[in-house]
Design a protein around this ligand. Sequence first.
Ligand SMILES: Nc1ncnc2c1ncn2[C@@H]1O[C@H](COP(=O)(O)OP(=O)(O)OP(=O)(O)O)[C@@H](O)[C@H]1O
Ligand SMILES: [Mg+2]
Length: 251
Amino acid sequence: MSSKSALLETDSLTKRYGRFVAVSDLSISFYDNEICAIIGPNGAGKTTLFNLITGGTSSSDGRVIFNGTDITDLDPHEIAREGLIRSFQITNVFEDLTVSENLQVALLSNRTQFDVWNKINKMDSVSERSIEILERVGLAEQRDKPASQLGHGDQRMLELAVTLGKEPDMLLLDEPSSGMSSAETAEMVDIIGNIGEDIPVVLVEHKMGLVKSVADRLLVLHNGELLAEGDPETVRNNEQVQRVYLNSSPE
Ligand SMILES: Nc1ncnc2c1ncn2[C@@H]1O[C@H](COP(=O)(O)OP(=O)(O)OP(=O)(O)O)[C@@H](O)[C@H]1O
Ligand SMILES: [Mg+2]
């Protein structure tokens, strides 16, 4: 792995809140063509790590490099423009807009849609692209419904569609299946596996069982530190990981 150059890399990344260290001296790398899952119990620092990487939270120390660019001090919208796109642990869609409109907002605001002279072609390509993405996440038939009328699982799918509409070079997904039924979760895992064939994905999840089938590599965070790293089987068999998960089942 070390001979391959990283697409996204943190170097001694640290976040302190007073004396409490939420993310501690983390130097980790993520690569092109992989689905990587970050797992760890509640409070391990997973969301804080995403917030540090995508600019929502400023770091106390350390750097973040994406695609060869130092993005440590950039604002969230500048980081998104670099092609690093995230989703949130809490569902975040425009409830009054329809499913398609939610996606069109993302498509119209993304970085490759600057050709204002070609508005008609642009609207055609936006609506074609939006259908393509909605089909990919299984929402095409519900495209004219207001997002508020979707069930929770479908709202999470819509959020995933919106992140795809932003034309990511890499996707960071924070517990995309939170609050979903087990059938919806299985569908989400399948869709993430399919997306991962074209776009590198970093997925946060606290249940190991959900990610072991889809992730090429797991990183385990505990108390803001990297506890273990490797393929799902190696990580599952790691004694320290088993100890951390003893009271909160990894399944
Ligand atoms: N703004 C803040 N001020 C103080 N402490 C914070 C702040 N944000 C997060 N923390 C603390 O940092 C730690 C890591 O939180 P974080 O949300 O990153 O965990 P997580 O791994 O995403 O957990 P979960 O699985 O519950 O989503 C927690 O102990 C949390 O209470
Ligand atoms: Mg979290």
